[in-house]
Ligand binder design. Structure first.
Ligand code: PBG
Length: 335
């Protein structure tokens, strides 16, 4: 057949995929992926003081809250059906040092915050970040020597203390985001030895060295003072290495594995999904958030639709859980 003749087309077309797209009812019936409020984890920034709610310049509608106001925000999130939050502390400069000592202070900001949340909203799942960058003067996730080299094993020792102090405060999951080797196993062992057998580990397994973290570093004032994070976070060009990192974290005892960032790494989410039966999380990071907010503020995109399309793509790639600063917005859209 060389020319297209519509009556001929009608005769030979046995398959017409458009039949299933005709109406909203049909489209719903054959929809393969769904986004639910159950999938969302809401990352939140906590700061010292009282009555503080300070918008993050590069993350519109996202705030650093002091504990009193954070508790209200957590309650609101829970009332909207959000099951879990991930906490990040803004540490005052005078509490930072080269060793990140404040990270395992039993009365530190995060430890106090976890305790208060567990009293106010006991059912919500509280996930705490395990990494030194909010606590170090130099802004790196690990300890350094005189040359500025990141030291793996000494860092893991501090991370273990930090994770145990978070568990003691009542964290449901600890989430190592530091990318040191062997930290998942070391944390698992210490948690078990201290009786925290039910505290889980959400491992940032495939965390890439990404420029998409810029706004987050503004939020925490944690931009590295020298160098970059390329000796511990992964090279954006690699896939097989992500699978190796995931396999190691699973062998070391991770309960949930994560890929981060999400949108530029959907292929990685997909490959990880196919290699494990564990839940897979994706981190819709600050830069992904900022790009959507900025374009929406310019009136260039439909914010709600772009959010839903982006998060659906992460589910479609194979993520079970999504950390997203859009959590409350999505919960509202879906309700
Ligand atoms: C640091 C940490 C980062 C993020 C979460 N934990 C930034 C970094 O590695 O420099 C980024 C999150 C985001 O961009 O939303 N341990």
């Amino acid at each position: 057949m060389t020319s297209i003749n519509s009556s001929v087309v009608t005769d030979v077309l046995r398959y017409r995929p458009r039949r299933l797209r005709r109406t909203e009812t049909l489209r719903r019936m054959v929809r393969e992926t769904s986004l639910s409020v159950n999938d969302l984890i809401y990352p939140m920034f906590v700061t010292e003081g009282e009555g503080q709610k300070v918008e993050i310049a590069s993350m519109p509608d996202c705030y650093r809250y002091s504990l009193d106001l954070l508790l209200q925000e957590v309650q609101q999130a829970f009332d909207l059906g959000i099951m879990a939050i991930a906490l990040f502390p803004v540490i005052p400069e005078d509490q930072k040092d080269d060793m990140g000592t404040e990270s395992y202070n039993p009365n530190g900001l995060i430890q106090r915050t976890v305790k208060a949340i567990k009293q106010t909203v006991p059912e919500i799942v509280v996930i705490t970040d395990v990494a030194l960058d909010p606590f170090t003067t130099h802004g790196h996730d690990g300890l350094i020597d005189e040359q500025g080299t990141i030291l793996n094993d000494p860092t893991v020792e501090v991370l273990v203390k930090m994770a145990v102090s978070q568990a003691a405060a009542g964290a449901s999951f600890v989430a190592p985001s530091d990318m040191m080797d062997g930290r998942v196993g070391a944390i698992r062992q210490a948690l078990d030895a201290q009786g925290y057998i039910d505290v889980g580990i959400l491992a940032y397994s495939a965390k890439y060295a990404s420029a998409y973290y810029g706004p987050f570093r503004d939020a925490l004032d944690s931009t590295p003072k020298f160098g970059d994070k390329n000796t511990y976070q992964m090279d954006a060009a690699n896939t097989k290495e992500a699978l190796k990192e995931v396999a190691l974290d699973i062998a070391e005892g991770a309960d949930i594995v994560m890929v981060k960032p999400a949108l530029a790494y959907l292929d990685i989410i997909h490959r990880v999904r196919n290699t494990t039966q564990l839940p897979v999380a994706a981190y819709n990071v600050s830069g992904e958030y900022a790009m959507i907010k900025a374009a929406a503020q310019m009136g260039w995109i439909d914010e709600k639709k772009v959010i839903l399309e982006s998060l659906t793509s992460m589910k479609r790639a194979g993520a079970d859980l999504i950390l997203t600063y859009f959590a409350k917005e999505v919960a509202l859209i879906l309700s």
